[in-house]
Design a protein around this ligand. Sequence first.
Ligand code: ADP
Ligand code: MG
Length: 385
Amino acid sequence: MGRLCTVRDVDWSGKTALVRVDFNVPMQDGRVADDTRIRAALPTLQFLREKGAKIVLLSHLGRPDGKPAERYSLKPVAARTAELLGAEVRFATDCVGPPAEDAVSALGPGEVALLENVRFHAEEEANDSGFAGQLAGLADVFVNDAFGTAHRAHASTEGLAQYLPAVAGLLMEKEIVSLGSALEDPKHPFIGVVGGAKVSSKLAVLENLIDRVDRLLIGGGMANTFLSAQGFQVGKSLLEADLVETASELLQSGGKIVLPVDVVVTRDLTGNAMPRTCAVEEVGADEMIVDIGPRTMDAFKAEIATAGTVLWNGPMGIFEDPRFAAGTLSVARAMAESKATTVVGGGESVQAVEQAGLADKLTHVSTGGGASLEFIVAALKSDCM
Ligand code: ADP
Ligand code: MG
């Protein structure tokens, strides 16, 4: 990897930082329901405060479609940020124009302002350069700490970097270094664990990972397409028939792929039918696969226990239903107990790890959903890695 410029490389005295954060947090009844993303940004904010920078925070929240909407206001987020930071956070009712300019000019060294939802302007998602220029006019240096949105070309991400010197925040740095080093020079055995709903959404990742890993453990809905390629009947399970051929090709890559040998199946998802566990050869025509079975969990656990590096993306079953969460939890636990470098990325997988209270037992839990995946794919493809 080339050298990454970060907030550490800037002399902050007298400077204003425009920090793109990912404060797209879940809200409930006008309050922040989960402040994980705000807490993730604190190291950067504390660092900039200590260096005496004036700090201007910029984020999106939800999908307000380019116009102001009360329910997508970042105002409650300013209050929660102030509590977590133990310092005042001024709130500007617009991210450009007089409200933003006034809030910024009132800042002293080490002080913080949060600007209103950048997506209240259609120019944000259109990556309008005039709008990016207006935002850039508020500060001296652009700090990108929004890993989850960094792959999108919007005015507050790609656009700003055209106008201001751009550096990574500490969260972004951690993401890039952790994901990058796991892939650049992995300790072997390098085990990939991939699950989730569909092969199609992760085909690029599978194709890139297969050459790097020593073993690829596949579970979740996507395993069905591989099982079908092996000639098993998967009944009413989620299946991508058009990808069975691709799955066969992947299966020929040197015996690296490990598939479920047993599964949890059910006749309907409502709770009326009793789920049962069976071998993969015994799935009935009216049943659907909803989780990996205990023998598969043990096999996956054994692989993870002796790994040097484990990279996990995608749950092993429909874990949102506690009856079908055991496979996903067992992978999370195996990773937490393993001495390997353990990295998890992906919206639902990370949610599962957090629900299980195991996030701090892993080497790196990526805050990015789709971005982690795209980063992994990009990193695997780039020659400098
Ligand atoms: P991530 O966000 O971690 O990358 P995905 O978005 O690819 O993961 O997939 C997550 C979804 O996959 C979950 O909502 C889960 O319910 C679903 N899923 C997992 N296993 C199955 C299965 N056997 N059948 C249907 N859906 C599944
Ligand atoms: Mg997802």
